[in-house]
Design a protein around this ligand. Structure first.
Ligand SMILES: NC(=O)c1ccc[n+]([C@@H]2O[C@H](COP(=O)([O-])OP(=O)(O)OC[C@H]3O[C@@H](n4cnc5c(N)ncnc54)[C@H](OP(=O)(O)O)[C@@H]3O)[C@@H](O)[C@H]2O)c1
Length: 389
């Protein structure tokens, strides 16, 4: 029997890579549901190619154009943000690939965990803001959370060499992004094009900007806290510009276990789909002799202030990670709209964290209120100041 997969966010970078992996794994894997937000044409092309039973479009205004373009499509067409929750809980789905960007993916990730699915999670923001709710829902309902993020996939693989209490440190690697060697003042005034020019990974725009600020690594530290049930104090970050060693686990006996591979998301995507098996993949293998050398250095936390803030936030639970993430989402959108300078992304996040009164153990409703407050606070800051200067 083939494994039935729902891809939430199939039109994004992770979504398209997942489709390529599943095509190569056919007939053992089959796509039964796809979702997009704005890219109706790409969704139609994907649906025509793999004939799923369900397609969903989350931006309401795109429903009629999608319906018209799908023509004689025989499956069901769903619309609106809640349609992702319906796809995540479908009886016929075995694996839900969470590849939506941002906190918008939270309700569906939670629904997949509550429905006891195998949840292959690329969408890190829900884990950052609702790690406690998500991991509890997975545990209580027999769901399996499997990381797609390359660093967490690497840690997950390395963890199989020991037990959690034998871990001394988890070490997440980071490319350092395009501004690793750029003077701080120059980085703070970087253009959108410069910030989107990632040296090693080809990804969606939001995560590419997060990589340039190193906010991505800050979010990943919090993601690792929840995925591996480890205190933040046991998680380190090491800059590794070649993006070949995807992360490592340092065990108490002095052994460090790392996972290596080319910087290609098809590798961790496939591992999450086929776990615990490994099968022949379509990604290029690694030829270490072609690389010659691999480099590692500690990150400069005065240069990458988002990472410094992230280490502090990761030591807390409750509302601070929600503010941290929501302020970043709003600030990155403002940067990509040309409304603020690059350096103001982290200033706005810091401002929101300072202005916020922390709360512990949030319900989903309380969490969404905090999320909305932080986004509003960023917008208020933008209207109060002439921010580009
Ligand atoms: N890209 C990578 O290599 C990579 C690596 C590790 C982790 N991740 C994580 O994986 C997630 C996806 O990243 P990505 O790079 O694939 O992003 P992306 O290319 O921007 O794709 C995002 C996907 O989410 C959909 N979407 C956007 N806004 C939405 C909303 N409000 N509601 C529902 N769907 C929405 C998009 O639909 P439309 O395109 O149709 O608008 C698209 O299908 C992120 O959380 C990221 O941090 C990505």
């Amino acid at each position: 029997m083939s494994k039935k997969v729902a891809i939430l966010g199939s039109t994004g970078s992770i979504g398209c890579n997942t489709l390529a992996v599943i095509e190569a794994l056919a007939p053992d894997y089959e796509v039964v549901a796809l979702s997009a937000h704005s890219q109706t044409d790409l969704l139609v092309a994907q649906a025509t190619q793999c004939r799923p039973q369900y397609v969903a479009i989350t931006e309401n205004g795109n429903f009629e154009p999608l319906k018209a373009a799908l023509g004689d499509f025989s499956g069901q067409i769903l619309a609106g943000p809640d349609s992702l929750v319906d796809l995540a809980a479908l009886d016929e789905v075995d694996i839900v690939v969470c590849a939506v960007v941002g906190a918008a993916g939270l309700p569906a990730a939670l629904a997949a965990a509550k429905a006891g699915k195998t949840v292959a999670i690329a969408n890190k923001e829900p884990l950052v803001i609702a790690g406690e709710l998500l991991t509890t829902a997975a545990r209580d309902n027999g769901a399996t959370l499997l990381p797609i993020d390359s660093e967490h996939s690497a840690v997950f693989q390395a963890m199989q060499s020991g037990t959690p209490d034998e871990v001394r440190k988890i070490i997440l690697t980071a490319s350092g992004g395009p501004f690793r060697n750029t003077p701080t003042e120059q980085m703070n005034n970087a253009t959108i094009e410069e910030a989107l020019d990632h040296p090693t990974w080809d990804m969606g725009p939001k995560i590419t900007i997060d990589s340039a600020t190193m906010m991505n690594k800050a979010l990943e530290v919090i993601e690792a806290v929840w995925l591996f049930n480890m205190p933040a104090e046991k998680i380190d970050v090491l800059i590794h510009p070649e993006s070949i060693v995807h992360s490592m686990v340092d065990f108490v006996d002095g052994s460090m276990i790392a996972q290596l591979g080319t910087p290609d998301m098809k590798v961790p995507i496939q591992y999450a789909l086929t776990y615990p098996k490994r099968v022949k993949g379509i990604a290029k293998g690694l030829e270490l002799h072609e690389l010659g050398q691999l480099n590692f250095q500690l990150p400069d936390l005065n240069h990458f202030k988002a990472l410094k803030l992230g280490f502090e936030v990761a030591k807390t639970s409750g509302s601070a990670p929600v503010v941290f993430n929501a302020a970043n989402e709003a600030a990155v959108a403002a940067f990509l709209d040309g409304k603020i300078r690059f350096g103001q992304i982290v200033e706005l996040i810091d401002h929101c964290l300072q202005a916020h009164s922390p709360q512990a153990h949030l319900t989903l409703e309380a969490l969404l209120q905090v999320d909305a407050w932080a986004r509003q606070e960023v917008h208020q800051q933008l209207t109060q100041k002439t921010v580009i200067g």
